[in-house]
Design a protein around this ligand. Sequence first.
Ligand code: IPE
Ligand code: IPE
Ligand code: MG
Length: 236
Amino acid sequence: MSELEYKIPSHVAIILDGNGRWATSRGLKRSMGHKAGFENLKSLSDYIFKKGVKTLSVFAFSTENFKRDKEEVDYLMDLLVKKIKQLINKKNNVKIVFSGRRTGLRDDVLSAINEIEELTKDNTEHIFNVCFNYGGRADIVDAARKIAADYKNNLIDLDTLDEDKFNSYLYNNIPNIDLLIRTSGECRISNFILFQSAYAEMYFPKILFPDFKEKDFDEAIEVYNKRDRRFGGIKK
Ligand code: IPE
Ligand code: IPE
Ligand code: MG
């Protein structure tokens, strides 16, 4: 199939998995896998936006990841504080947003998140949605709480509450996911974006995230192009 015939998914979501195994298989500490994963994310995200993907969501830290050793959690928090600005590429006009609970995060982590959102808020070409301290169920529960609060304050008419309106109450009003990739071979969602993945095409390459490169993304697009998306209908 030539490049021109490709359908490029508008919203791609990636569960960045396998950093720990990448490191331990090399006799390294798990944190070195997170470092390698972050370096890969910088170049890969740039490539994905250049391919024409409008929205990219990534799962970088789940609420459940707080169960890990303090050393690993601290490393991931420090990585965000020290390096997150490296995701800004002046040329590609990307608005960076964070999805997840803001409670329970260190002050310096919150400052880094607020700063990068502020720095990129006027960018219009692409959205880079970083899911951090994120849980798909918490996203839905927190939206329900916001709706209940708005109802109490007469700010919402429940007759107008449809799926699009509900979506606007989630952490970020991002569109439906077209292609969901989870690296490392695990075939599960692990509480990643639930509401907007209702009709996502799923792809589970065995490659560990630090090794998931441009050619592997191209392969994902190729697989996506072979899928028959019916959304419950029947193909004419
Ligand atoms: C994904 O890699 C990154 C985070 C969860 C932060 P893992 O750390 O889960 O790597 P594996 O699955 O243990 O190999
Ligand atoms: C999901 O991966 C979370 C992220 C990639 C950030 P995990 O490695 O935490 O998920 P499980 O434990 O394998 O389900
Ligand atoms: Mg994992």
